[in-house]
Design a protein around this ligand. Structure first.
Ligand SMILES: CC(C)(COP(=O)(O)OP(=O)(O)OC[C@H]1O[C@@H](n2cnc3c(N)ncnc32)[C@H](O)[C@@H]1OP(=O)(O)O)[C@@H](O)C(=O)NCCC(=O)NCCS
Length: 203
């Protein structure tokens, strides 16, 4: 049983963004917080793992300068209301980044409700403990409750069963295969697609 999510931050609106000020989110086991400059070594190592390159659109090989750029981009894309990225941590060690999760392609103009796409990775040492499942539940709940999202898209390279398992455990529905539906470092690959309707989230 996952305990109720605690919102640990001010929820007023930032002056330059339609997103609220970035909160720290936690269910008591997993904690999601702002990625910082001190995370650069952990981001470089985690995003540089071959399994992350194989299934995501991160640069490969992944250099420290990519992580530096990413941490900058996180603040910028939040200010532009385009994306909400969070460092994934164990709640008992909130300074140690284990992975990354985010909502991107945020569109808040729908009526009723906006849309976004979820993405994530976890360093291999942190896998197999259900941490990402918790992180997806926490972030999806925040997106629905605080951003008013009506739907969250999930897109994965065909064959990414670990990712499919994660979202399905959170209430996302598998919706099919889109041929050449994913652009990965300049190459089109077939994609599995799915999504979460706000009322379907397993909290
Ligand atoms: C996708 C990814 C995050 C999944 O990682 P993961 O460790 O399998 O996911 P979780 O943290 O939710 O853990 C779930 C696993 O922990 C196991 N587990 C162990 N204890 C658990 C617990 N207490 N609660 C829930 N699950 C638990 C589950 O059984 C499951 O393992 P299984 O799939 O072998 O059954 C990881 O494989 C990854 O980073 N891949 C590369 C990047 C990527 O593909 N990103 C997604 C792009 S769409």
């Amino acid at each position: 049983m996952i305990s109720p999510v605690r919102w640990n931050g001010p929820m007023d609106t930032a002056p330059t963004s339609r997103l609220p000020r970035r909160p720290t989110l936690s269910d008591g086991v997993v904690l999601l917080r702002e990625p910082r400059e001190t995370d650069v070594p952990a981001i470089t190592a985690g995003a540089g793992e071959p399994s992350v390159a194989a299934y995501t659109t991160v640069p490969s090989p992944y250099a420290e300068s990519d992580a530096v750029w990413f941490v900058d981009h996180v603040g910028e894309s939040w200010a532009q209301s385009k994306a909400a990225h969070f460092a994934v941590c164990d709640a008992s060690a909130p300074d140690q980044l284990l992975g990354m999760i985010g909502l991107h392609n945020i569109d808040l103009d729908g009526d009723p409700g906006g849309t976004a796409e979820i993405g994530y990775w976890l360093s291999s040492a942190a896998r197999g403990r259900g941490l990402m499942r918790r992180a997806v539940r926490i972030l999806s709940g925040w997106g629905i409750d605080e951003l008013g999202l009506a739907r969250i898209d999930w897109v994965a390279a065909v064959g990414n069963t670990p990712s499919r398992n994660v979202v399905q455990q959170c209430g996302y529905q598998f919706e099919g295969t889109v041929r050449l539906g994913m652009l990965q470092r300049g190459q089109r690959v077939d994609a599995w697609v799915g999504g979460l309707i706000a009322s379907e989230l397993i909290r």
